[in-house]
Design a protein around this ligand. Structure first.
Ligand SMILES: *[C@@H]1O[C@H](CO)[C@@H](O)[C@H](O)[C@H]1NC(C)=O
Ligand SMILES: *[C@@H]1O[C@H](CO)[C@@H](O)[C@H](O)[C@H]1NC(C)=O
Ligand SMILES: *[C@@H]1O[C@H](CO)[C@@H](O)[C@H](O)[C@H]1NC(C)=O
Length: 260
């Protein structure tokens, strides 16, 4: 009994493995799977076998997939009642050069693909490719699937030093700001659910401050207040984000934001 228990514990920890992509269905099945309460952020490494920096990145990327930081990412968005998920993919660009790696500048590349905000509406999609590519796919892939699509707005490309701690901060920042982004979108569009207190409070504050002409000063005040805090409370962060949004909507100079 004891041995079984140990085995199952190990299996749970080892779940965050880096999966090699072997088909487009596998890739888009994860990337375009919509789950409103438990979305998946997909971290992708694109590589080729001949690139030496790709070899150096391999162990770091594996460490990232097992990093405890991933389970400590803040859940800001109250809609995510089951938390968030991560998937780690590696794409061999000698196999998928034409499909998944086409837009890349070089290797290796690391991206986070943010989850869908709503179910993919397949009936609205059109095959974006030219007829030669379509013909080739018909021959090589036995057809094209309209769900093999990815809005570039959902992609965040990593540009830093390829160290574990830099990757960890990158993942945290992307996931946190994506959640704030969703909350802010609901607030601005007056589409808070009445069960969502953070959103409702935010809406109230947004309406109160919307005509504010001196956002910059208020933002500076909050920044000052934040400076001395180790953990910034959610409501303070919310006000900060909303003021920045208002100033963005009013086409003011974008403000330098501290790294999250
Ligand atoms: C979303 O994820 C949760 C937690 O993993 C799961 O229980 C639920 O069934 C999923 N919902 C859908 C629609 O797949
Ligand atoms: C999907 O798109 C089609 C065509 O634009 C539209 O008629 C339909 O209502 C959409 N469905 C959903 C669920 O949004
Ligand atoms: C607002 O939310 C409701 C359900 O929560 C949804 O049906 C509707 O499409 C949303 N409206 C906008 C403008 O996003």
């Amino acid at each position: 009994m004891k041995i079984l228990l140990c085995l199952s514990l190990i299996a749970t920890v080892a779940l965050a493995i880096v999966e090699s992509v072997t088909s487009l269905d596998q890739f888009y099945g994860v990337v375009n799977n919509f789950n409103a309460t438990n979305p998946t952020y997909t971290v992708v490494k694109y590589y080729t076998n001949w690139c030496s920096h790709c070899k150096k990145l391999k162990p770091v990327f594996e460490q990232l997939s097992e990093s405890s930081v991933l389970s400590e990412v803040d859940i800001v968005d109250p809609a995510l009642t089951s938390g968030i998920n991560f998937a780690f993919f590696e794409v061999d660009c000698e196999l998928f050069g034409n499909m998944l790696c086409k837009r890349l500048d070089g290797f290796p590349a690391v991206e986070i693909i943010k989850p869908l905000r709503s179910e993919l509406n397949v009936t609205r999609l059109e095959d974006p490719r030219g007829w030669i590519d379509r013909l080739l796919d018909t021959i090589t892939n036995a057809g094209y699937d309209l769900t093999w699509t990815l809005d570039t707005d959902r992609i965040v490309t990593f540009n830093g030093r390829r160290n574990l701690d830099v990757f960890e901060r990158f993942v945290q920042a992307v996931v946190t700001s994506d959640q704030w982004d969703r909350v802010l979108q609901l607030i601005v569009n007056d589409n808070c659910s009445d069960k969502d207190e953070l959103c409702e409070d935010g809406r109230e504050y947004f309406l109160k401050m919307n005509d504010e002409t001196n956002c910059a000063e208020k933002i500076a005040d909050i920044e000052n207040e934040m400076k001395d805090l180790k953990d910034v409370p959610k409501d303070l962060m919310l006000r900060y984000m909303i003021l920045n949004k208002i100033s963005e909507l009013n086409n003011e100079e974008p403000l330098e934001q501290d790294e999250l």
